[in-house]
Structures are given as C-alpha cells and as structure tokens.
Design a protein around this ligand. Structure first.
Ligand code: FAD
Length: 468
C-alpha cells in the first residue's frame, strides 16, 4: 500500500478517534500521526487490518489474558540465567540494579509445579517419570509397560525432533531456578549501548538470511548509513520469499515490542524511598516516530502486529491439545486449576473466533523439497537466536528475551505441527504432539507481552494526541 494512501487512512482514523471532521482540509501532522500514520489499514503479507486487531485485542482478549497470566501456573517460569554465552566472552551488566532478577525461594513455588516441573497433567507426570527412569537406565527397560516403552521412544524422538524451533534450557540443571514473572516485570532496565546493539546486530546480521553485502539501515554498528542502503535493504527484503521476509519481520516485531515495553514502563523518577515507572513519550517517539526514524518506526510497529498475528494463529491451532480432558493446568490446587483451565479455554475460543487469521498455509507451500529446506533453515536460524539470548548482558532482559524466544519458537512448532495436532487422540497420552509446561508458560506469556504492547500503543496514541 502506498504511503499516501496509508497516511490518508491513518488520518481518517485519527479524525474518527478525535470525533472531529475538518471538511476535507488537510490538518498538519500530529505527533500521534507521525508514529501511527502508516500503522493502519492492511498489513503486508496478511489479509488483516490493524484496526480490527486493536479492537479485538484491547477489549476482548487483553483483560482476560492478564488474569490468566497472574495465576500460579503461568507466573512461575524455570530458567537458567547462568548459561555462558557460546559466542563470545560476555561482560554482563548484573551490577545494574534494574537488571537484577530475584529467583523464587523454594517454598514460594507451589509443590504441584515443582514436582511436575515440565509435566502438564497427572497422567503425563506418571508416564514421564517412568520414561525418565528408563532413560537413566540407558535403555528401554523390559519391565516397563508396553505403553511406557512406546512413550519413551516417542518422547526421546520428540526431544531431538526437528519440530523444536528453540534450544530449550536444561531445566534439570542445578543452575535453573524458578522466577516469579509478576515480581520481575519486563520494563526499562538501562541496558543499552554497544552491548545491546551487538546482540540485536548479531540477530539481524547473521540470522535473518541476509547476505553480507546488504546493510540494514540505521544500524548503529554499521558505518556509512543512508538512503541508498535503506533502498537496497528494502528492495532486497521485498524480493525475498514470504518465509524469509516473515522471519525478519518476526524478529523486528519482537524488538519493537521490547522497546514499546521499556518506553511504557520507564523509570521516570527515583527517590531513596521509591521508584516511579510510567510512559516516557519522548523515548517512544525516538524509537517509533516516522520522521525521527526516517520512516523506520511505523514499519517496526507493523512488524509487531505481524508477530501478534502469527502467535494468535498458533493459539487458535493448538486448541484441541488444551481441550483434551487429561490436560490440566496442574499446580496441585484442584479448584483453582479447574477454574484456570476454564479461563484458558474461554480465551482460546475467543482467539479462534478472530475473523482475519493469518494464513500460514502460504508458508512453505511451494515445491516440497524446497519447502522442507526452507523450514529447516528457518528452524536452524531460530535455534541460533535462542542461543544468542545467553549472551544478553542484563539478567532481566535475558529472562524476558529467553521466554519470548521460547514462546515464539513454540508458536512456530505449533504452526508446523498442524496435522499432528489434528490427529491427536481425544484422551490418553498424545505421542506425536506434546507441549511441556515450560513451552506452555512461555507461549502464553510471550503472547501476553505482544498483547500488552498492542494495548500500550493505544495508550501512547492517546498521550501523543494530547501533546499537539
Ligand atoms: P536498539 O533498540 O538497541 O536498536 C539498535 C538498532 O536497531 C537501532 O538503531 C535501529 O537501527 C534498529 N532497530 C530498532 N528497533 C528495530 C526494530 N523493531 N526492527 C528493526 N530494526 C530496529 N532494555 C530495557 O530497558 N528493558 C528490557 O527488558 C530489554 N530487553 C532486551 C532484550 C534483548 C534480547 C535485547 C537484545 C535488548 C533488550 N533491551 C532492553 C535493550 C533495548 O532493546 C535497546 O537495545 C536499548 O534500549 C538501546 O536502544 P537503542 O535506541 O540504542 O536501539
């Protein structure tokens, strides 16, 4: 869609929001329009428009999702923040107070979660315990039931399976600890400068299928920035197949979401008694204003919506897995577990009702050999990014970076397991498709972050309209 057309739609949208009309006279661009003028109408590569997403997310999904994420099952995430960076000697900024992560004391985490660390139901728990025992023995023990033997083989296969898009932490490691996500919110930490750029740089430069010769514009680590680079980069991106373009847009969407969060929960004031967190409009504008970022900001916000649609689609596809009667949000508190499962299903049915889902069938749809190669490339690049998260030098950023990458990886795994999910038995263990508790917690929390970012865009839009 041409910029002028997008601008006009944006302007109409803004006028509608303000409840005013100006008889066709073109008003000067407001601060809100400079961030949002191109973030309206249809999204590239999808048949969905931004306004529909905003309404759906902000009023129907977001409030219920927030409630679910406050429950015990979703608030405790096990993570190993001590894994060394596999690519270079990392200098972490753990000296920064706002980067600190407070792990849970062992009595803070419900026993049901601890004892079932990556198990999601009592049935699965029992089976997995038998499997672990069998694995320790190093072979399939003849004394195990036939069903368990089958599960051992299937789950071992599953763990090494090519369906995993993320290199998951070894949560059995003594270094892995539970973290209460509600007590360690994603917000401004002060992690910035060359260390942070290096991470983003490695992710974009080495992992987004980009040849060395093409430079991404406005890259603080690259020399010789400018318009010609920008043109080369975007024409290269346009020329890519939809999958490779999607990869770039997912990463850029995640980057945008993180930066929306840090602008929305910025450290505004600090006294020896308390800290005040809130919206920092200048910070937001510096990152997303169309003029200040030479057109990049609105593009980044569109990528955030694209990421939203991909994760939304994955949630709609995985409904049968959660609907199975065996599935529990197991924490050991039967009443709350049942209530939360009801809430989870309500949310998932709401997600399913969204009218304009992204059509992932266009992904990897070409020639089968070519499609498999692309899918494999996609997966390997993605796994690499999950390893880079161990190089993030601020623990709080590392925590949320790991969680969101694992969540996105789980979403991709779901999208590429459609047939397995459709063929799952209605009850009893599912051997072909399986989600661990860690994957479930990261999937919903990652989506919760993007959903919060979309909601925050509405808040910033309102704040910016008041400035002009
Ligand atoms: P950066 O955001 O560092 O971006 C570098 C360059 O990339 C920019 O100059 C621009 O050219 C380009 N760029 C920016 N956004 C996009 C986009 N969406 N798409 C494509 N290109 C883009 N900081 C916090 O305060 N809290 C956090 O929780 C937090 N979590 C982080 C998690 C990770 C994994 C990483 C790598 C960083 C995190 N940071 C966090 C740091 C934060 O993302 C920024 O790096 C930091 O605020 C410095 O911002 P910057 O303006 O220098 O540009």
């Amino acid at each position: 869609m041409g910029c002028r057309w997008a601008f006009l739609i944006g302007l109409l949208g803004a006028m509608w929001l303000l409840g005013s009309g100006h008889g066709g006279q073109q008003a000067p661009e407001t601060a809100a329009q400079r961030c949002f003028c191109q973030v309206s109408g249809y999204l590239d590569d999808c048949t969905c428009d931004v306004e529909t997403i905003d309404k759906f997310n902000n009023y129907r999904l977001f409030p219920r999702l927030q409630k679910l994420l406050e429950s015990d099952y979703f608030r405790y995430y096990k993570v190993n923040l001590k894994r060394p960076c596999p690519f270079w000697n990392d200098i972490n900024q753990c000296g920064r107070r706002d980067c600190a992560v407070k792990p849970c004391q062992s009595d803070e985490v419900p026993d049901g979660i601890k004892s079932a660390s990556y198990k999601y139901s009592e049935v699965a728990n029992n089976l997995i315990e038998e499997c672990e025992q069998a694995e320790r023995l190093g072979a399939v023990d003849e004394s195990l039931s036939e069903e368990t033997q089958k599960a051992v083989l299937q789950w071992t296969k599953h763990d090494d399976s090519s369906d995993n898009f993320c290199e998951a932490d070894d949560i059995q490691s003594p270094d892995a600890e539970y973290v209460d996500l509600l007590l360690n919110p994603e917000r401004y930490t002060g992690y910035k400068g060359p260390d942070a750029w290096k991470i983003w740089n490695v992710i974009y430069e080495e992992n987004c299928f980009k040849p060395q010769t093409i430079k991404r514009p406005l890259n603080p680590l690259a020399s010789g920035q400018g318009k010609s680079e920008e043109n080369t980069f975007y024409s290269w991106l346009e020329g890519l197949c939809v999958e490779k373009r999607a990869f770039y847009r997912l990463i850029s969407g995640l980057h945008a979401s993180i930066n929306v969060h840090l602008s929305a929960r910025y450290l505004l004031q600090e006294t020896w008694l308390e800290k005040k967190w809130g919206h920092n409009i200048t910070e937001f504008q510096q990152r997303f204003d169309g003029i200040l970022t030479e057109g990049e900001g609105p593009r980044r916000l569109k990528n955030l919506y694209f990421l939203y649609l991909i994760e939304l689609r994955a949630l709609s596809k995985v409904v049968p897995f959660f609907e199975r009667p065996d599935f529990q949000l197991f924490t050991g508190d039967k009443v709350h577990d049942a209530e939360n499962k009801m809430l989870l299903l309500e949310i998932l049915h709401e997600v399913k009702s969204f009218p304009l889902h992204f059509d992932e069938n266009s992904f990897f749809a070409g020639d089968k050999k070519e499609a498999n190669k692309l899918k494999e490339d996609f997966r390997l690049h993605f796994r690499n990014i999950s390893r880079i998260m161990d190089c993030v030098g601020c623990f709080k950023c590392r925590l949320w970076g790991k969680l969101q990458i694992q969540g996105l990886g789980t979403a991709l795994k779901i999208l590429f397991s459609e047939k397995l999910i459709a063929n799952m038995p209605e009850s009893g263990p599912s051997y072909e498709f399986h989600l661990t508790r860690q994957e479930i917690v990261s999937l919903f929390n990652a989506f919760g972050r993007i959903s919060t970012s979309v909601k925050e865009l509405e808040n910033f839009r309102n704040l910016l309209q008041n400035i002009h």
